[in-house]
Design a protein. Structure first.
Length: 312
């Protein structure tokens, strides 16, 4: 048997490999040159502030003080003895948990309703109508809703017409957080409706046609076809909504400023007040570091849960 090394290679094989290698190097060089400025800018405006905030969290830093002594972990120890911080942490989790669940349920139901509309023009009208509130600046929307929730505002005017006593929406501890939640849902559901509609449009009709021939009900089709095939869209919507609501700030600052009795003082507002109201940048930076860690952990848990669902 002849040695395999003596078998001649295909004509032009080395030239083709050389050309492919040169092309790969050009593409690699182009990607490096193109992405380097973007990564540098991203690092400058994203990672650098985070790193600087982490450094400040170990100092008793105030822009009004002449000195900024190093305090080590004192700022972090102080957090867990600060009743306002613990209260703001609880308010934040309560706001996020309730608002995210309600948001996803409402937006999925609305998206299902719009998806069943046969007329494309009418579907576009519905999408536009629901997405319009998301275009308006959140702070501006908060001003308008704050006016409607005032003692002489629209909602109390409607209650008076129904001979129902007026409600102190933004000053009553039982209604303040709920009022901000209502405003947040109104301003934010447009994004998730559009995302869910896109996910529903990507599901092939043949699955529903086969289920209809088998006599499946709408609930069974929703449970066994729509939800499983919509799982990736649902995970994306859930993660982005959770991160967004953890960072909620303008509506609380404009409508309640954390009152009454810190019942609406979310963590982002507490960090802002400590940093710019009390000029306690070091302590606020420690809060921000803990806040960042919480968001990262919640996001990783969601992504891990989503991957485990896909594997099963």
């Amino acid at each position: 048997m002849e040695n395999s090394s003596s078998i001649p290679s295909k004509p032009g094989g080395k030239a083709l490999r050389s050309s492919a290698t040169a092309q790969y190097r050009k593409e690699k060089r182009f990607a490096f040159v193109s992405l380097t400025p973007i990564l540098l800018l991203f690092g400058l405006f994203a990672f650098a502030p985070i790193a600087w905030s982490l450094i400040l969290s170990f100092y008793k830093f105030s822009p009004l003080a002449d000195q900024s002594p190093f305090v080590g972990l004192d700022n972090y120890v102080r957090l867990f003895h600060d009743a306002i911080f613990l209260k703001s942490l609880w308010v934040t989790f309560k706001f996020v948990a309730f608002t995210v669940v309600v948001n996803i349920v409402i937006t999925l139901l609305i998206a299902l309703g719009i998806h069943r509309v046969r007329s494309r023009r009418l579907r576009s009208v519905f999408r536009t109508v629901f997405f319009l509130p998301a275009i308006a600046p959140l702070s501006g929307s908060a001003v308008v809703w704050g006016t409607m929730f005032s003692d002489q505002g629209l909602f109390n005017l409607v209650l008076s017409k129904l001979h129902i006593p007026a409600v102190h929406w933004l000053s009553d501890p039982n209604y303040a957080l709920l009022s901000v939640i209502v405003m947040t849902l109104w301003a934010d559901i447009g994004y998730n409706i559009v995302l869910f509609i896109a996910g529903l449009d990507s599901i092939p009709d043949m699955y529903y046609e086969a289920a209809t021939l088998d006599g499946a009900s709408r609930w069974h089709m929703f449970r066994h076809i729509t939800l499983p095939l919509l799982s990736r869209s649902t995970l994306f919507v859930t993660v982005t909504t959770v991160v967004s609501y953890f960072q909620a700030f303008p509506q609380f600052q404009v409508m309640t400023k954390g009152e009454p009795f810190n019942e609406t003082r979310v963590l982002a507002l507490n960090i802002y007040d400590q940093a710019f109201g009390n000029s306690n940048m070091g302590y606020a930076s420690a809060m921000a570091a803990v806040f960042l860690l919480i968001i990262l952990l919640v996001t990783l848990l969601q992504l891990r849960w989503g991957r485990s669902q896909w594997e099963h």
